[in-house]
Ligand binder design. Structure first.
Ligand SMILES: Cc1cc2nc3c(=O)[nH]c(=O)nc-3n(C[C@H](O)[C@H](O)[C@H](O)COP(=O)(O)OP(=O)(O)OC[C@H]3O[C@@H](n4cnc5c(N)ncnc54)[C@H](O)[C@@H]3O)c2cc1C
Length: 428
């Protein structure tokens, strides 16, 4: 088995595809009986070895789809293995939508919430915060329910759990009525973007930007709800810029940069020059999702939003020092703070800064240099993306880590859901 980025490989003893909650429970009871460990995989899009195991691996690919819809309250209960793309379609048929999403839709809903996956928008929280209730099979084989009103403390632990409490089987999502988003992608001057960040964030629903290394070019992505306009028809120009340029043409740039490391600055300049503007209006679930065919390594840290300006200045200095042969843009997003114990946005409005390196290139020295900056600004890593956090870092940065661990111990007393990576990360 390999994850999406091909940076983690493992060889499970068996891979099981349960198709009902009962079958999931049976797998856990059998594992307890045989004294075996289990990890669950969603779509394998995490860069950290969260899913790796040499024992039992469970995929919920056969456990997808709708369970119940509450039209009055805009609630949807779905099977935990449901991929975000299918979820978007099935909600759309019910006149519903997710309030916000990240930039791809191939993850499973359980995998997305378990690592704190997020989109962008200063008034919008991460996906875990759209969840109102959860059901999971714990390490004793029991089916446990928790929600915003039942077992509340356990719910706060389960909203972002890295798969440590048990196997999530059902997820209830607070949806919103279907809406259309107008998305504008623009090539702009980085200096202009930095000078107007506050306004862009407060005046738009979703704002993010990519900085093209070594240049004064930013690629901004701004979207807002539009009520009246008709959704656009498929537009070849948008398809060309969003799919062909961002994937196939960019892949050629990446290969060139790999073969000629000293030319990374030129590649970055060509990337900046080839950015085209996009203006499209469509239903939200089709607007958030992009396709990512070029594989990369990624590290993304959450920092308090008030630290963003200083942290970005430090990052820019390191990148512009040209010590590292990189050309991938640096992504910058914003998320509202929450009260989920293991959420990187716990009790703080946050900015996320993400750095990427083509997956055939060396990345460690570059990530190490940037991680030092993130840590200096009280950074917390995205749990699904590369980082070198230690147990002491987790203790220092997560005030409710001990409460999370008490629930973990209660629901997985035999450490059935612990793999070597989690054993080290949480000192279990
Ligand atoms: C190309 C790309 C784009 C990305 N874009 C974004 C983005 O825009 N925003 C963002 O925040 N992140 C992003 N990510 C990161 C990604 O969203 C997370 O790593 C996410 O967790 C992956 O979902 P998955 O279904 O692949 O989960 P996996 O990686 O398979 O699993 C993640 C965790 O969830 C656990 N898990 C899965 N299913 C269950 C279950 N049923 N019960 C309990 N635990 C479970 C696993 O055990 C594991 O601990 C991106 C990653 C890639 C590769």
């Amino acid at each position: 088995m390999k994850n999406w980025a091909n940076n983690v490989e493992w060889n499970p003893l068996e891979i099981l595809y349960p198709a009902s909650e009962k079958e999931i429970q049976d797998v856990v009871l059998r594992a307890i009986h045989l004294n075996k460990k289990i990890r669950v995989i969603g779509s394998g899009h995490s860069f950290t070895p969260l899913c790796s195991t040499n024992q039992i691996l469970i995929s919920l690919d056969k456990y997808q789809g709708k369970i119940a819809i509450n039209k009055e309250k805009n609630l949807a209960t779905v099977k935990a293995g449901t991929k975000l793309s299918l979820l978007g379609e099935l909600l759309f048929k019910e006149g519903l939508a997710m309030e916000n999403l990240g930039d791809i839709n191939v993850q499973s809903i359980a995998g997305a919430i378990s690592t704190g996956t997020h989109g962008t928008g200063v008034n919008l929280k991460s996906i875990s915060n759209q969840v109102t209730a959860l059901k999971f099979v714990n390490g004793k084989g029991e089916i446990i329910e928790c929600s915003q009103t039942k077992n509340i403390e356990l719910f706060k632990a389960a909203q972002v759990s890295l798969g440590c409490l048990g196997i999530i089987t059902e997820i209830t999502i607070q949806c919103v009525p279907t809406y259309k988003l107008n998305l504008q992608n623009k090539k702009e001057k980085l200096s202009d973007v930095l000078a107007t960040l506050k306004e862009r964030n407060s005046q738009n629903r979703n704002f993010e930007y990519y900085w093209i290394p070594y240049t004064n070019t930013a690629w901004t992505k701004t979207s807002n709800i539009v009520e009246d306009s008709e959704p656009d028809k498929v537009n070849f120009f948008n398809y060309w810029t969003e799919f062909v340029l961002e994937n196939y043409v960019f892949k050629v740039f990446c290969e060139f940069a790999k073969l000629f490391p000293s030319q990374n600055k030129i590649v970055a300049n060509i990337t900046a020059a080839s950015i085209s503007n996009v203006d499209k209006t469509y239903y939200s679930h089709k607007v958030y999702a992009t396709q990512r065919l070029v594989k990369f390594h990624e590290m993304e840290y959450n920092i308090p939003s008030e630290a963003y300006d200083d942290a970005f200045k430090d990052i820019k200095k390191i990148v512009n020092s040209k010590k590292f042969n990189i050309h991938f843009p640096i992504e910058n997003r914003w998320v509202k703070g929450d009260d989920v114990f293991m959420s990187p946005a716990y009790e703080r409005d946050s900015a996320y800064i993400a750095c990427h390196v083509y997956n055939k290139k060396e990345y460690k020295a570059y990530f190490k240099a940037l991680e030092e900056v993130f840590k200096a600004y009280n950074g917390r890593p995205h749990w699904g993306k590369m980082n070198t956090f230690t147990t002491q870092d987790v203790i220092n940065m997560y005030p409710k880590f001990d409460v999370f661990m008490l629930h973990r111990k209660e629901h997985d007393p035999q450490n059935i859901f612990v793999n070597p990576y989690l054993q080290t990360l949480f000192d279990i």
